[in-house]
Design a protein around this ligand. Structure first.
Ligand SMILES: C[S@@+](CC[C@H](N)C(=O)[O-])C[C@H]1O[C@@H](n2cnc3c(N)ncnc32)[C@H](O)[C@@H]1O
Length: 405
């Protein structure tokens, strides 16, 4: 990533000089209040008239900072288990990142020293990340370096190697796409090194996402979609499917592309991003008839499997898996009220905790039987499978499949 200073953005493109560091700090402050980063960035691109080549630099800066925020907080002498949701905090963290990781010359950041002590900047410039991990035990160093909330690291340790899990999410070689029109494949092969996936409509593309985004193929002929998420439509059966927590609608659209008649329900209509058959209602008290062959429940969860995303990385310290689990139970009860003979129930989360997954087994098994399926890898208990970033090159994801006898 080359350096985009305030002059680059200001002189050419906007009336007032707004450095990328300031935009990044605003974005991170918003995200740490729980607002959508994507939504903020879309507005920021317009407001600051950021041209195409600068956008990946901004996104890269935000992602890198979110992946190292604990270490950077430590370097600043701040407490590092929970980030602050203020611009002031994130501004310091972003500037510290420019010194410690990017070694940006102070002359390029002269404007920042009104808010950030210059002597501290010089000190960070001379130091390396290792200097701010001193005094931590081996495993704690790995965790703080990667900036993963303590509880999430402990959860990961129960099942897998946390380092491998997080590093696979942070450094993917490429990404998955779902093929909507096979006619698009030759063009994809021209743009990327392509690997076949386990599903007939899945391909792994090695390289940056921007090529497919610019190709004109996305989203009509090709959709960027995690392999784990694609498994849902491949596990559905029958003709009529209900997606209870559907927005933005990626899984619903896939179901519909695979020929299902799909109803996409969500509590929050603003979250829908795909063209699907929308219903707005509370899935805890569903007002649908027992008319579906497949019911999908993909509830909000702690999101450990999405640690690669900056929002998850900085919000995870505030998440309580047990509260999530309680809410999921209410949704599952709603889901089970729709089960009739032969209904397939597909429950998925982008996390790995026991409480948000297998702990719900008994609830499911009161009305349905676990189904053995072949996607991902087994998780021990019948009916449960999972995807691991380091094994399947996708997000961490767990799913349970049940069927009413
Ligand atoms: C993980 S997201 C679903 C992602 C979606 N399945 C997809 O693949 O695009 C969880 C969704 O659950 C919705 N949700 C939360 N509580 C709900 C409720 N009580 N009833 C219906 N939807 C709810 C949220 O608005 C959110 O859109």
């Amino acid at each position: 990533m080359s350096y985009w200073g305030p002059y680059t953005v200001a002189r050419r493109l906007s009336e007032r000089p707004v450095p990328l560091e300031v935009i990044a700090a605003r974005a991170l402050a918003r995200a740490s209040k729980g607002y959508s980063l994507k939504g903020y960035l879309e507005k920021a691109y317009k407001k600051y008239k950021l041209p195409d080549p600068v956008r990946p630099a901004l996104v890269g800066m935000i992602s890198d900072v979110a992946r190292r925020w604990m270490l950077l907080s430590r370097a600043l002498g701040l407490s590092y288990e929970r980030p602050k949701a203020s611009f002031d905090y994130w501004f310091k963290v972003v500037i510290a990142y420019q010194a410690l990781f990017r070694k940006v010359k102070p002359g390029k950041l002269w404007w920042a020293f009104k808010r950030f002590p210059r002597d501290l900047y010089e000190e960070l410039l001379k130091a390396g990340p290792e200097d701010y991990l001193a005094g931590l035990g081996g495993e704690e160093r790995e965790r703080v370096y990667r900036s993963v909330a303590k509880w999430a690291w402990e959860e990961l340790k129960k099942f897998t190697d946390p380092k491998e899990f997080v590093d696979a999410l942070d450094h993917p070689e490429g990404f998955w796409v779902r093929i909507r029109d096979p006619g698009a494949v030759p063009e994809l092969k021209r743009l990327y090194e392509v690997e076949e996936g386990p599903f007939d409509d899945s391909l792994y593309l090695r390289g940056p996402k921007r090529l497919v985004l610019k190709s004109g193929l996305h989203p009509k002929k090709v959709v960027i979609m995690e392999l784990a998420s694609m498994s849902v439509a491949h596990l559905a059966k029958g003709v009529r499917a209900l997606d209870l927590t559907a927005a933005p609608g990626g899984k619903s659209l896939h179901l519909s592309d695979r020929g299902f008649i799909v109803i996409s329900n969500d509590l929050d209509p603003r979250r829908f991003a795909f063209d699907v058959e929308k219903v707005v209602s509370d899935a805890r008290l569903p007002a649908f008839r027992k008319a579906f062959d497949t019911v999908v429940l993909d509830p909000d969860c702690s999101g450990i499997g999405r640690l690669g995303s900056p929002e998850t990385r900085i919000l995870l310290p505030f998440i309580n898996k047990n509260k999530m689990s309680e809410y999921q139970r209410e949704l599952i009860k709603g889901m089970l009220s729709l089960a009739k003979r032969g209904t397939r129930l597909i429950y998925t989360t982008c996390t790995i905790t026991y409480e948000e997954n297998e702990a719900h087994s008994e609830l499911f098994e009161e009305v349905a039987e676990p189904v053995e399926v072949e996607v991902g890898a087994p998780r021990g208990r019948r009916g449960w499978r999972w995807f691991l970033p380091q094994l399947h090159k996708t997000i961490g994801f767990t799913l349970g499949v049940f069927e009413v006898g």
